[in-house]
Unconditional design. Structure first.
Length: 277
């Protein structure tokens, strides 16, 4: 039994998949909750959870968050007290206190906290290199249309300037951790990389965020991996993922299928397309 937190593009897709394809896979949509309860109007009343305080009585095995990092920050500990938790907004973990609380809650109650790979290509290879101690550097560059960014703080002005200029603009380049609270809905792929590579983590991974009006309907993610040097030489791998996306969309279309795959993997396989915390 699966509960979903959030009913935007991704939440609607997962709910539809669970209703249409879940039963043969042994998956049942128990309920959907949204910060704006009015957005659930298209769902049957029996599938709407009006209050997260009712979660313990619903008997869910897995709760999937696809809303906003504030949901995990405010409710994650309570959720992990009753079910496994798939965190679709891992930018929440850029706050060290939130990460500590969620880790301790998962350990204390015997549940598991998962982070889906989302749009992160090469997640398993990155994690393997990190475990083996051969990962020296990791840089993730995300390029989107300026209209796709949901920026906060000082970065909002940079995005507005990029929109006004109509030219390709590097909005940010530096450590990942301080970027996460500025665009929490846009850099979850980068946050997934920090989970896959805890040896580097949020402070060691280099994040580059680019606004480019020439890609109005694409999300481009470039992952650059560098290994520890061996006899003065090192492995270098650069992958580029071009994900079709609607104009101004936060989530690319291919990422929807990636989340659905992660959800199935969490429920059915030890070889899952996500990272355990």
């Amino acid at each position: 039994r699966v509960g979903i937190l959030g009913y935007g593009q991704l939440g609607q897709f997962l709910a539809k998949q669970l209703l249409a394809q879940g039963p043969p896979l042994g998956l049942t949509l128990a309920w959907v909750w949204a910060r704006d309860g009015a957005s659930l109007g298209g769902l049957p009343p029996a599938l709407r959870l009006p209050d997260l305080g009712l979660l313990p009585s619903t008997g869910v095995d897995l709760v999937v968050e696809v809303a906003h990092p504030c949901v995990a920050q405010e409710h994650g500990e309570d959720i992990l007290g009753h079910a496994d938790f798939m965190l679709g907004s891992p930018t929440a973990l850029a706050d060290p206190e939130t990460e500590r609380r969620l880790r301790e809650a998962a350990t204390r109650r015997g549940h598991t906290l998962y982070v889906p790979r989302g749009a992160l290509w090469g997640c398993e290879d990155i994690a393997r290199m990190d475990r083996q101690g051969t990962l020296a550097a990791l840089k993730v560059t995300m390029t989107k249309s300026p209209q796709s960014f949901r920026a906060q703080g000082w970065l909002r002005e940079r995005v507005a300037a990029a929109v006004a200029s109509g030219t390709r603009t590097v909005l940010y380049e530096g450590p990942l951790r301080p970027l996460c609270p500025l665009v929490p809905n846009n850099v979850n792929t980068m946050a997934a990389a920090a989970v896959a590579a805890p040896g580097l983590g949020f402070d060691g991974i280099t994040a580059c965020l680019v606004a480019d009006p020439s890609v109005p309907d694409w999300h481009v993610v470039e992952v650059e991996v560098t290994s520890v040097a061996d006899k003065g030489r090192c492995l270098s791998v650069i992958s580029t993922r071009r994900n079709p996306a609607g104009a101004g969309a936060v989530t690319g279309s291919a990422t929807l299928g990636s989340f659905w795959s992660s959800l199935q993997g969490e429920c059915h396989s030890s070889q899952c397309p996500h990272c355990h915390l």
